[in-house]
Design a protein around this ligand. Structure first.
Ligand code: ARG
Length: 581
């Protein structure tokens, strides 16, 4: 909660006690803070307290309550209270608000908005979770960046976070790949082209299998693929070592992307990791009488929850995606004792998660309620939906390289004198992609357009980064002019522009907390964008390096505070903050 709210809640609570001594029960400070609203119009003050929330308890009309409280509250140093119908509206004492807000930011350094709320609590975050032998494409951007940002946000709030890349490294397709490699592949080719070569092999396998089926009606290839998959599962050395090599090749490819995005994981335990942990799931399900046989397959009936059954074992005894997720959840609960386990996965998998979450609940695990599917929408590229089948694929590595090239071209034009252009182009190009991904509520579909992402004006990554660089530039200039250590005159920050910026800064910690509550990084994106916008307005309307030393010092401090918040905000959504652009 922001400090000003807390302070007002304290004043209101005290005034209530004094004004209504006969009242049986009064709301707590926390409840009062929850009632405080930001009024719809700026000239209605900074916060409003809706007194009708108390009229039932106090048996009085809201305007009467407002009037009583307004008369009692007397704290000119921090705020003034006035009535507006049934509301009690507050205007901060602008000078002290400025002083308090700036002091708080500057003291916190890069920990502004941090808290100890999460101390002693662990959050598992399952994100990115790529599939082996597939190239990283932009369909995997959101899971990667939302997960990464949530990890930073929870870290900031004091939680212990475990980042898990639940690799898709199990399934018959890997047997097919071994078969294709043994028939048509070469080590040199795979070493050279990486996952690209694996994909070609996989495609060839399917073409050949189809041909075989058409010409002879037989399925020797498919059978061979299945046999190789069994060999992998049984740990037959040759098949297994080929498969492990494919995995290595894929991870090497993906690591280049992770490095560009600065994304890291604490665990790469994926689907195959649970091969030897399936028995426990089956035994428990049996012992708890949850398993039924249907057409030879083992299922958990979920008709009482209005869902189709959760498939646990296929007819041939093979486990499924859901079985592995259940095993993984049991393992994570035992290993990490999580307070929450988040799954950052596209909304298309909604039913899958609801189903197996229900199974875990039926198994009687109280932590079933702590499993959260953090769903997100689809991404399309310049108006085109992506489909591997139709060949509309955009590889993430290509996208990020292009973003850097495009950013470089813009920087060459805008700031030809910049010394580290390549480095800045990397920060800006990649930042633009990340910002686009985390700009709106995660459930909304995203359409990625270069012109939009790389626009330096408007709500974009480059715009926020540019504002940060602007703050740096103002402070560099100030330093060149070497002002003596002077006391800031905070009355210079009482105008509407400075106050709008200060309000935006003071609400930032709440945005971080809300982002964690809702697992919604876009709340941080919006908050940091608002700080950038209000700073720019302030910058255009006021001379920061004013002749008056006190005024100048106050405006510089506000600039320093804005800079700090911009940097922290960008960091929390996974972006870098260049000092010059
Ligand atoms: N590999 C899966 C996919 O790309 C996502 C896995 C998500 N995590 C999980 N525990 N199911 O669709």
């Amino acid at each position: 909660m922001d400090d000003m709210k807390q302070m007002l809640a304290g004043l209101i609570a005290a005034a209530m006690k004094e004004g209504f001594p006969e009242a049986a029960e009064l709301p707590t400070e926390g409840e009062i803070a929850g009632f405080l609203e930001v009024p719809p119009e700026r000239d209605m003050g900074d916060y409003a307290f809706p007194c009708f929330k108390l009229s039932r308890t106090l048996r009085k009309a809201p305007p009467v309550i407002a009037q009583t409280l307004a008369v009692i509250i007397d704290a000119p140093e921090t705020c003034t209270a006035r009535t507006l119908g049934g509301y009690l509206n507050f205007d901060f004492n602008r000078g002290s608000f400025a002083e308090a807000t700036i002091a708080k930011v500057l003291a916190a350094e890069d920990r502004y908005g941090a808290s100890t709320k999460g101390n002693g609590k662990t959050i598992c975050i399952d994100y990115s979770s790529i599939n082996i032998a597939k190239r990283f494409h932009i369909g995997h951007l959101s899971t990667t960046m939302i997960g990464h940002s949530l990890k930073r946000i929870y870290d900031h709030l004091g939680y212990t976070t475990i980042g898990i890349n639940h690799l898709g490294d199990w399934g018959t397709q890997f047997g097919k790949l071994v078969s294709a490699y043994r028939r048509w592949g070469s080590q040199a080719e795979v070493e050279k082209d990486g996952v690209e070569a694996l994909t070609r092999l996989y495609v060839k396998f399917h073409e050949e299998a189809e041909k075989e089926e058409k010409s002879t009606g037989t399925h020797t290839l498919e059978d061979e693929g299945r046999a190789y998959f069994k060999a992998i599962e049984d740990g037959e050395p040759e098949a297994l070592s080929l498969f492990n090599w494919f995995k290595e090749v894929t991870l090497r490819d993906c690591d280049r992307v992770y490095q560009l995005l600065d994304v890291k994981f604490d665990s790469y335990a994926g689907e195959a990791f649970y091969n030897d942990k399936m028995g426990r799931v089956l035994e428990e399900l049996k012992a708890k009488h949850l398993l039924t046989i249907s057409e030879g397959a083992s299922i958990v009936d979920l008709s009482d929850a209005d869902m189709p059954p959760c498939l646990i074992l296929k007819k041939d005894g093979a486990t499924l995606y859901a079985t592995r997720d259940i095993a993984a959840a049991l393992y994570r609960a035992d290993t990490y004792h999580f307070d929450k386990c988040l799954y950052v996965v596209a909304y298309q998998q909604d039913l899958h998660f609801r189903q197996w979450f229900k199974v875990v609940e039926k198994m009687g695990y109280p932590w079933a309620k702590d499993l959260v599917h953090v769903a997100f929408g689809m991404i399309s590229y310049e108006g085109q939906t992506l489909s591997t089948r139709k060949g509309h694929v955009v590889y993430l590595e290509d996208l990020l390289r292009r973003a850097q090239e495009k950013a470089l071209a813009i920087i060459e034009e805008k700031s030809p004198g910049l010394t580290n252009k390549e480095e800045v182009a990397r920060q800006v190009g990649i930042g633009a992609v990340i910002y686009t991904d985390l700009q709106n509520n995660r459930i909304k579909d995203i359409d990625f357009w270069w012109d939009r992402a790389l626009n330096f004006d408007g709500e974009t990554g480059p715009y926020v980064q540019y504002t940060h660089a602007r703050c740096c530039s103002v402070l560099r200039k100030a330093e060149e002019q070497q002002a003596p250590d002077i006391a800031p005159d905070y009355t210079a920050l009482t105008d509407d522009d400075a106050q709008a910026l200060l309000r935006s800064i003071s609400r930032f910690p709440e945005a971080i907390a809300d982002a964690a509550d809702k697992n919604e990084p876009s709340m941080v994106t919006r908050a940091v964008t608002d700080v950038a916008k209000t700073y720019n307005k302030f910058y255009y309307e006021h001379r920061i390096l004013d002749e008056d030393a006190g005024v100048r010092e106050a405006r510089l401090r506000l600039t320093r505070a804005a800079l700090s918040v911009l940097k922290t905000g960008l960091y929390l959504i996974g972006m870098e903050a260049p000092e010059r652009m």
